[in-house]
Unconditional design. Sequence first.
Length: 347
Amino acid sequence: MQYMDPTKKRKLDENGTVSALSEPDPITKLTPQDGRKLIERFTVDQLLDILQDAVCRHVDVLSAVRSIADQDPSQRKLFIRGLGWDTTTDGLRSLFSVYGELEEAVVILDKTTGKSKGYGFVTFKHVDGALLALKEPSKKIDGRVTVTQLAAAGNSATNSNPVDIHMRKIYVANVPYDMPADKLLGHFAQYGEIEEGPLGFDKQTGKSRGFALFVYKRAEGAQAALAEPVKNIDGRQMNCKLAIEGKKGKQGQDGMMQSGGGIPGNAEMGMGGHGGGYGGPGGYGGFSGGMQGPPGPMGHPHPLNSSGVGVGALSGNGGVAAGGYSGLGGPYGGYGGPGSTGYGGPG
């Protein structure tokens, strides 16, 4: 493959892709029709081998690919979950803009507290920006490990292998209320790469509610963390176990797990679909992949679950959203509130 004249040398732009100082001149007397005749007998794999190199080296090829790929907004829109309560839209925009130009970035806020509900959306101008951002789906944002995925993937990304996530998710009990999330994350990250966590911090104060949950990237990380289930961090003792082991509450009606006065949890509800009663602070019943807020003190519903519809089908704004950010109008219907479609804020 021939390269452009040095006077028309390309440079890297902020998107991590290439832009040209000027369009290249034709390198042959062949017409586009002649070019088609040259390649019309090629197999799909042969064409892909040629194009995958050309799209990275030639701005005109990249531009042509973008003109088609960008037509599908579902390939440019990302969903980010596990955000801290103090994460802002500006902060989210700043972090993701390093991957490419953004059309939109938004952190979904609780209309009562004005703080993050624990998730947000980013839409890139070009599909390659989203592709670059997804190369590292686990990102540390404001002291929390978050998870990034295509918004169109919905629950399928986390429900694809529920058995696997059972072996990667750990529950940490007796977390001191003044234990910073960063300190906790730093300790548990030494056992393996963390996909998400720590979950379980109060949405208004940012302080621990006495427990935390981590999801490791690999089961080996969780196993390493549990090799010594009793942890001592800054002289404070905490106990760890697989989160699935928390499902030891009494069997309630219709197969619901009940624990310590907490809200019953259905084993198929919410992101990841792993319900159960942890019997932790406030009767932690029905944790679902870290995306539903647990009950508050004495087993009463946590303010995050404010609609009264029932855990796993809640919207923080009083109902399941339709057509907007938590029912506020706009392009993200179906993502409204904690657990309304399995998303919602972190625990």
